[in-house]
Design a protein. Structure first.
Length: 461
């Protein structure tokens, strides 16, 4: 990058040098002619004083020679009288350059009563010369003329010095830019290169890489965002890998059971009574796989972008009563004491999808019944404060360990793997997703063997 800029700067300097040379030549010419025009007016006045005999020829000549030495650099002054004769030449011993041009300009000056300016280059020394001719006019007649003859070489040292300064400035600027690049590369360029390398590694599937923390301000915010993205992608990849492992495990177990039992039945190694028993076990495993597939399809559908809830006004208390009634046989079989804190007249309304809300409460109550031991108890509470409708489902039992609580809503996670072998670990994950889609929240606590799930939905106003 710095090399490209340096080359661009050099090209720029070459163009600037060329444009400067042209501009400087034009400026020098214009400045010289402005000075000559001013001097010609003053010398014209002296010339007329000479004609009127107000000054002597020596005084006139001395004045012109002083002007030649002081006012105009490298110029030669020639004064012509009205008869086109030279009456004064400040450098009469030096030869004139290109007399043909001088003669032409003098003729034009006297004939047209106009000033002329001619420039030409000497073929021998390749120096550019000029003739600047101004007529002395009185009462409409040309009484004489002045010719300035010289070169522009007097300005060359100054012009060359300016050009040298331009190039020196350019090289100094390149050096300063190089130093600035070295300094900034450590603070800006190098962090950007690190970010580019890291993002390429992330794009290639390596989510463990991180951008080194060696930048500040906005670049640090950018690197933190990239690191956060990599962390999220790493978590997503880990979750995907665990998901595939769990699905494989959940499918492998029933398939293994079904295969071994079918093999025993086919080989007729058991009695007819055992065959019936094994057939029932096969059916249970098939139902378990069917539940797994249905839950996976349900969870995938819920998490998809095209999933929509069918909203209507729903009485949460009435849905809780229905869900409790569904599992009455389990409560009776396990002698579970079911306690409900709200009466049959209590109602709490929200806007939601009735079928999905039924699924939520069925999952929670079934989960509570599964983990409640015989003669245990389940408590269902509901309240409404005008803004939120709250539902709390508590059950006695072994409780949930503090190590398991953070992961209780993850897919395929089972807090008590030994006692919950009939489940697939997707119920609570589906439940939480549905509650979030309804704009609600769910929390879980477990103390002294009592597990408590607290759910809240925005109340219908």
């Amino acid at each position: 990058m710095i090399l490209t800029f340096a080359l661009s700067l050099i090209i720029y300097c070459i163009i600037l040098n060329f444009l400067f040379s042209i501009t400087l030549d034009s400026f020098i010419q214009q400045n010289r002619f402005n000075r000559l025009m001013k001097d010609s007016r003053e010398i014209g006045q002296l010339y007329f004083n000479l004609l009127d005999q107000h000054i002597s020829s020596d005084e006139f000549a001395r004045n012109i020679i002083e002007r030649d030495n002081l006012a105009v650099i490298n110029s030669r002054i020639l004064i012509y009288n009205e008869y086109r004769q030279i009456i004064l030449d400040t450098k009469q011993k030096a030869p004139l350059q290109n007399n043909m041009i001088l003669t032409r300009d003098i003729e034009k000056c006297f004939n047209d009563s106009k000033q002329t300016c001619s420039t030409f280059i000497n073929d021998t020394n390749r120096v550019e010369y000029y003739y600047y001719t101004v007529p002395f006019i009185r009462q409409g007649q040309v009484k004489g003329a002045i010719v300035y003859h010289g070169t522009y070489q007097g300005y060359a040292p100054a012009a060359n010095m300016i050009i040298v300064l331009i190039w020196a400035t350019a090289f100094l600027f390149c050096g300063a830019l190089s130093l600035l690049y070295i300094v900034l590369s450590k603070k800006i360029v190098n962090p950007l290169l690190d970010m580019n390398k890291t993002t390429r590694q992330i794009a290639a599937g390596d989510f463990s890489v991180r951008v080194p923390a060696n930048s500040t301000d906005e670049l640090k915010e950018l690197s933190d965002s990239i690191n956060y993205m990599a962390s999220q992608l790493e978590d997503t990849e880990d979750a995907r890998r665990r998901f595939l492992e769990n699905v494989s495990h959940e499918l492998r177990s029933p398939i293994t059971v079904i295969r071994s039992m079918l093999q025993v039945i086919i080989e007729k190694k058991v009695s007819s009574d055992k065959q019936v028993y094994y057939t029932e076990m096969i059916l249970n495993e098939v139902l378990r796989m069917s539940q797994l597939i249905n839950d996976l399809m349900d969870l995938t559908h819920i998490q998809s972008s095209d999933f929509k809830l069918e909203y209507e006004r729903v009485d949460i208390a009435e849905l809780l009563r229905r869900s409790i009634a569904k599992f009455e046989s389990i409560f009776t079989e396990k002698k579970i004491v079911m306690r409900i804190t709200f009466d049959e007249y209590f109602a709490a309304y929200i806007r939601g999808d009735e079928l999905r809300l039924v699924q939520i409460f069925d999952n929670l109550i079934k989960n509570a019944a599964s983990y409640t031991p015989e003669t245990g108890d389940i408590l269902v509470e509901s309240s409404e404060d005008g803004k939120w409708v709250s539902v709390t489902i508590s059950n006695s039992g072994e409780g949930i360990s503090p190590e398991d609580l953070p992961y209780i809503f993850e897919r395929f996670y089972k807090a008590n793997k030994a006692r919950n072998s009939e489940g697939v670990g997707l119920g609570l994950a589906i439940t939480k997703q549905l509650i979030i889609l309804h704009g609600g929240t769910i929390e879980v606590e477990s103390t002294n063997g009592v597990s408590c799930f607290k759910v809240a939905f925005p109340a219908e106003i």
